[in-house]
Design a protein around this ligand. Structure first.
Ligand SMILES: [Zn+2]
Length: 219
């Protein structure tokens, strides 16, 4: 059995949309499944404009391989899958809302995340009738399953660092330049713990209490 794992750089983070339309955060070394749609963000500091810019890459897992696509490609795949799902189950997919309809196309919006919206097109020729009527006949999506917090080999190890939002008081903070020119803030907290604003720390290490290279540099 071959296992496909995700490779993420320290400045990358993102999520996948499963074939059940559930959004799950992904981490470096995470197992992927055929059919997963990946939305991967990366942060880069652009010195000319003195800004950090976030860009997005879209990928689809097909036949055990990760293939690059674009937002339109993801929307097309989702449109097909969501139509199949609605036809079979008679229910709306999660995080999806009806937006507008013409005679031939009903447009839905799928918002898996506060930052991303995908346009879903349900077409007359698929429905074999009025697409707005088809969508209007759907029952609400029901309760969304909890995203899986654990995957073999993918879960950061160690003790979790308390509840989200309970960051202990900061006693020192330091500015550190990352390898690509971004500036991160490394903080030492009153309870002896450390944090950093880089994505490697925020999205992975903060859960395990691990230290990124910026924290190691300061300590
Ligand atoms: Zn860091």
């Amino acid at each position: 059995m071959t296992e496909l794992r995700l490779e993420l750089d320290e400045d990358e983070w993102g999520y996948r949309i499963t074939t059940d339309f559930v959004q799950e955060k992904v981490f470096n070394n995470w197992y992927l499944k055929d059919g997963d749609l990946l939305v991967i963000k990366s942060r880069e500091y652009i010195a000319d404009i003195e800004r950090t810019v976030v860009s997005t890459d879209y990928k689809v897992v097909v036949g055990g391989e990760i293939q690059a696509t674009d937002k339109r490609g993801i929307s097309d795949i989702l449109s097909q899958r969501m139509f199949d799902h609605m036809e079979k189950s008679g229910t709306m997919p999660y995080d999806t809302e009806f937006k507008k309809a013409s005679k031939n196309i009903a447009t839905l919006e799928f918002k898996p995340d506060a930052y991303d919206t995908f346009q879903i097109k349900i077409r007359k020729e698929d429905v074999g009738g009025d697409p707005a009527e088809f969508v209007g006949g759907m029952k609400p999506a029901g309760k969304k399953p909890e995203a899986k917090a654990d995957q073999p080999g993918g879960q950061p190890r160690g003790q979790p660092r308390g509840q989200r939002g309970e960051i202990p008081e900061t006693v020192h903070s330091f500015e550190v330049a990352g390898s690509k020119g971004a500036i991160y803030t490394v903080s030492e907290h009153a309870d002896g713990s450390w944090s950093c604003t880089c994505s490697h720390f925020m999205f992975r290490l903060s859960k395990s209490g691990g230290h990124c290279k910026h924290i190691q540099q300061i300590k």
